[in-house]
Design a protein around this ligand. Structure first.
Ligand code: ADP
Ligand code: SF4
Length: 730
């Protein structure tokens, strides 16, 4: 199909300095965990987006000098010839598809803890970072300023040598140039402090020097947090923000405009729980009223209608995207080909970001199981190897893992029967998406639903059976499939079994009318009383989400939290606003508090760190610490049990127990994936379904094949010869 002409504007080329961007789709810098040390990962992840139609694609933040070392988090680096060589793998592969490659030159000042290099960062004044509170910077004098500006210039030259077309001086997220601009950091009284002209001087001079050095060959960009959301204490768009745009505009070919700071950068990478598509436009749109240069901005843009409206109305010239490009690297091509319904829409969960925040591991995506797997597993998001046999496959359970497994198997050409007792594809996601703010998570289901329906039409032998009677072991044995995949999910524990004690909590019993599991709340069959206690041993979203839902429904909510409450939401950037929401809704959170036993209407709780700080050997049968004497009872009308989960693996274990009957029933193998194997993130359940579908012809397909590792090998060149081609399965 041809693209809808109303989207033509998104495909118009635009000049940025000496370069031309082939369309208006632009992957802004974003972290993936590749840096410069995993060049295959970096090159493959970025260039797949060039293949998918993105006109401009960037590195993540890229350190210009060891003084800006963000270890334990992974940044790119352009410190030396080795980095030039590694990053040129990325630029070469991007150029093959006619797109531009950009590098985001970064100096973090006190926000960079320099744990690897052990350098002391320099900054405009001396302060401790509000993000890395143990890191202080050294206040720069004029010599320091000259030197650090030269770091940018030298790094820009190395970037040009690595083949980059667009070179950023990065001042978003409160990194060094913005620290000079903002009175929140800059307390100087010399020509670099005080008035806006003085505070802008460092940034403007740096841009000018970089432009003089490489501006004939490369476009010069800057990322600018045009409003840090602190009010008068820092940068406000209609005061210093626009003034800075005016001062810097002559030295810039491309503005990349966002809002917020580093300590709460979820205001920029807004989770769907709090922010919808285009949530930064009310600030970003001002920049074009002053600048004569192209302006781009992010805002989790996934809908071509919205993108078109944003450009037509003159708010932005180019659509910036990080997460939508991760979730669907082929988003531009799908719009171009009139296949908008095939777009795998980002759900705004920020699980991708969580991995960078944790530091180290490659990132993952809830929607796109191939994200980060392009190089090491050779997974292409839109291409699949042809079926390796004529086998027919029964998949039981159409949740994230089963749905994804069936989709990929059908893409490969297998005959698949996907069976679920539920009315809808989506499994657990159908419940989760009813929680406050999580409606957009249902795009995970919608994508699979749409694709499976299309695939079943193409492959007449495949079927989707919903509202089916629950399949038993006999049903599976007699089904007639060559292979069986069990994806029956997990359930919340009904007896209080939890991560701390690994045992039930005496008295907890979800068959009582006053004790409820999350599933029982979703099912809506139990009455919830006024006074609710949520017992929480889970560190992610379920307890905060249920607290918000129940408080919103008028209940008085107390959370007894043995797990750090919503801890994982720090990594997904949801935590600050989640805590504000809890406070506004008068949710009472008892942290570091666990439960020892329960009755129908009361719970015995205790302070996890009550008594017993001294440890000594007291002989067998005696605890080595003093008894915790903080136990007390609290009352409730309803107790909500967010204590732990267990796999629904009866079907799998039943089939395993009758392995000797498989052959007679024509069954070659049985697999278990997703939560039915072990409870996990939706992203990981989706990944497991995808992986099994790609590897189902392997001898031990239950277990993943090894992946290509990018490691320094003792006694061998860093990248062993000949193994650095990107090769996709097809
Ligand atoms: P995962 O995240 O691993 O995909 P989910 O819990 O989201 O797990 O999905 C599991 C799905 O399996 C649910 O939709 C559930 O209705 C379905 N299911 C569980 N047991 C059976 C069964 N015996 N027969 C048919 N469907 C089942
Ligand atoms: Fe979007 Fe979530 Fe994927 Fe990140 S992990 S790109 S937020 S769907």
């Amino acid at each position: 199909m041809a693209r809808d002409p109303k989207y033509d504007i998104l495909f118009e080329p635009i000049k940025i300095g000496p370069k031309t961007l082939r369309n208006r789709f632009y992957q802004v810098p974003h972290c993936i965990g590749a840096g410069s040390d995993k060049p295959g990962f970096q090159a493959a992840h970025r260039s797949i987006k060039a293949e998918g139609g993105w006109g401009g694609i960037n590195t993540e933040y890229c350190s210009i000098h060891p003084e800006s070392d963000d270890t334990h988090r992974v940044s790119a680096r352009i410190w030396d010839d080795g980095d030039i060589r590694n990053l040129s793998a990325m630029t070469e592969h991007i150029h093959k598809h006619g797109s531009l490659a950009g590098v985001e030159m970064w100096y973090g000042a006190s926000h960079a803890p320099c744990m690897e290099s052990r350098c002391t960062p320099r900054g405009p004044s001396q302060y401790a970072s509000e993000f890395e509170m143990q890191t202080y910077c050294h206040e720069m004098d004029q010599d320091d300023i000259n030197e650090v500006q030269q770091f940018y210039v030298e790094a820009a030259k190395r970037s040009r040598d690595a083949g980059f077309d667009i070179i950023y001086v990065y001042g978003g997220h409160s990194y060094l140039p913005l620290q000079f601009l903002s009175p929140y950091y800059n307390k100087r009284t010399d020509k670099y402090g005080g008035s806006i002209e003085n505070r802008a001087r460092f940034w403007v001079e740096t841009l000018e020097k970089v432009k003089n050095a490489v501006g004939d060959d490369c476009a010069i960009a800057t990322r600018f947090a045009c409003d840090t959301l602190y009010g008068e204490d820092s940068i406000e768009i209609e005061r210093d923000g626009l003034k800075f745009v005016e001062l810097a505009d002559p030295f810039i070919d491309l503005w990349d405009v966002n809002i917020g700071d580093i300590a709460e950068w979820g205001e920029d990478a807004g989770p769907s729980r709090f922010y919808q598509q285009g949530h930064q436009l009310t600030w970003q749109k001002f920049v074009k009223t002053v600048s004569k240069k192209p302006v781009l901005g992010v805002g989790r843009f996934t809908d071509p209608e919205k993108m078109t409206e944003v450009i037509r109305s003159g708010q932005l010239d180019i659509i910036g995207a990080a997460r939508p490009s991760i979730s669907d690297p082929f988003l531009p091509n799908k719009i171009d080909e009139g296949r908008v319904d095939d777009v795998r829409v980002c759900i705004g969960c920020n699980v991708c970001i969580s991995r960078w925040e944790i530091g180290g591991p490659p990132f993952i995506c809830t929607q796109n199981a191939t994200a980060g797997e392009e190089y090491r597993r050779g997974w292409h998001p839109e291409k699949f190897p042809k079926a390796g046999s004529e086998d027919s496959i029964l998949v039981v359970g159409a949740g994230p893992s089963g749905g994804e497994c069936a989709r990929v198997l059908m893409e490969r050409g297998y005959t698949v029967h996907l069976v679920d007792q539920a009315e809808k594809i989506g499994g657990y996601v159908n419940d989760v998406a009813t929680l406050p703010g999580l409606g957009e998570w249902s795009y995970h289901r919608d994508y699979r639903e749409t694709q499976l329906e299309k695939l079943v039409k193409k492959n007449k032998n495949s079927q989707i059976a919903l509202s089916a009677k629950p399949l038993t072991v006999d049903d599976c044995l007699e089904y007639g499939a060559d292979k069986v995949v069990i994806a029956t999910g997990s359930s919340w524990n009904t007896d209080g079994t939890n991560a701390a004690t690994h045992d039930p909590i005496p008295g907890i019993d979800a068959s009582l009318p006053t004790h409820v599991t999350p599933e029982q709340i979703f099912a809506g069959k139990k009455e919830i009383g006024k006074n609710v206690v949520i017992l929480n041993y889970d560190p992610y979203y379920m307890a905060p989400s249920l607290a918000e839902k129940l408080a919103g429904d008028g209940h008085d909510v107390t959370v007894v939290s043995a797990a750090p409450f919503g801890h994982y939401m720090h990594f997904t950037l949801e935590a600050p606003n989640m805590h504000r929401r809890m406070h506004e809704m008068h949710v009472n959170i008892l942290g570091d508090t666990a439960a020892s036993r329960a009755e129908a209407n009361r719970l015995e709780i205790y302070d996890v760190y009550g008594d017993g700080s001294v440890r000594e050997y007291r002989g067998p049968g005696k605890l080595p610490r003093n008894e915790n004497k903080t136990h007390r009872w609290i009352e409730f009308d309803t107790l909500v049990l967010v204590t732990g989960r267990h796999s629904n693996d009866e079907l799998y274990r039943g089939l395993k127990a009758r392995k000797d009957e498989w052959k007679d029933n024509g069954i070659k193998d049985v697999y278990v994936i997703g939560d039915a194997w072990a409870p996990k993130l939706i992203a990981d359940a989706t990944f497991e379904g995808h992986r099994l579908a790609r590897e189902i012809e392997e001898k031990r397909a239950q277990y993943p094949k090894p992946y290509r590792r990018e490691v320094a090998t003792w006694g061998a060149p860093h990248m062993p010869g000949g193994e650095y081609e990107i090769e996709y399965q097809n």
